[in-house]
Design a protein around this ligand. Sequence first.
Ligand code: PA5
Length: 432
Amino acid sequence: MYNLEVDFSNSMVEESKILEYKKVVSDIHKTLSKNSNKNDEFLGWLTLPTDYDKEEFSRIKSAAEKIKSNSEIFIVIGIGGSYLGAKAIIDALTDSFYNLKDEGTPKILYAGNNLSPRYLIDLIDYIGDKDFSVNVISKSGTTTEPAIAFRIFKEMIEKKYGKEEAKNRIFVTTDKVRGALKTLADQAGYETFVIPDNIGGRYSVLTAVGLLPISVAGINIDKLMKGALTAQKRFDNDNLESNPCYKYAVVRNILYKEDKNIEILADYEPKLHYFAEWWKQLYGESEGKDLKGIFPSDASLTTDLHSMGQYIQEGRRNLIETVLNVVNAEKNFEIKEDKENLDGLNYLVGKSLDYINKKAMEGTIIAHVEGGVPNILINIKNLDEESIGELVYFFELACAMSGMLLGVNPFNQPGVEKYKTNMFKLLDKPGY
Ligand code: PA5
């Protein structure tokens, strides 16, 4: 059995309808494979699990060791695809209260993903006199939010440690040659990591963009890449009957044509909340263009059954629910007997909390399907590096297929520029 299996039995889409997509899926698959090496096609992530830069990979591990040895806090500066993947994987694979405990690795905090002065001042206050390092991540090297945050933290580091020691505490992940950040890093002598030309931000979590912060958090990046490699080998074929990755893309496309234009990624594990945030960016930025696209949204369950449950059950019938289920709970406990049973819970005695959580999931799926919400169930075996590596690759490849089935370019994001132009005009930026 693979770490990842997908159950389409409640998708409300017949197999025969899926198989009508055989030819178009095969054509897109061939196009993806054929163009995977072309620089301007943004398909570098396709073969990353085999082709990743091994020299840089070992530099990432060494940098992570240095950061672990000299820092209590590690600040990840980036926005969108330049931080969501790292946060998604770190949250999924570390303790639920990682930053509140002493885990022997630096606390991971984030900056440059908003423009709130309160957030930055609170973060600086929290750092106080603790030792820290920063990783600024920006492919363009010019994004305003991380650039402002980096200016502030660079100054703080230089003031506290001096310019020489700053070289041991500032790590820059950016384009190989282009951009203001690259120029600045080269001049100051900071260690740099590369975001390959042919990998866009939201497909970059398995490059240094994600791998350095993930490694600093003590997560095994070899195993993560191994999981992604398993997925690369498994899904690199156009056999729609047996390839759940392409099937997921096709089922979404069929449902979209039936006016299901909102997909909820639901999980029953709070540690996966940011995984859904990463997924939302991946699908939202890849497909939401040319007036098309499924709107990606998320639900943390059972929490949101008490806020969004009513809508999902009985609101407008334009929803798809994709459930992320972790099959094995690595931590679990049993409900014990209470002689008085005043809370009436003794019927649960001997049952584990994970078992109860699973029954909540099964009951909810039945209810939502009966309420007219097609369901896709993605089972991952464990919440571990290999399963998450497989899942990341699964969603990336499915997203490319899904976008191409929709007839959009899943690798650009022209709409993101619109707010920037207005903001720059309002800020009197030269040239706007
Ligand atoms: O997926 C994308 O390309 C975007 O979300 C970018 O990651 C985001 O806009 C940040 O850009 P940059 O890394 O250039 O600062």
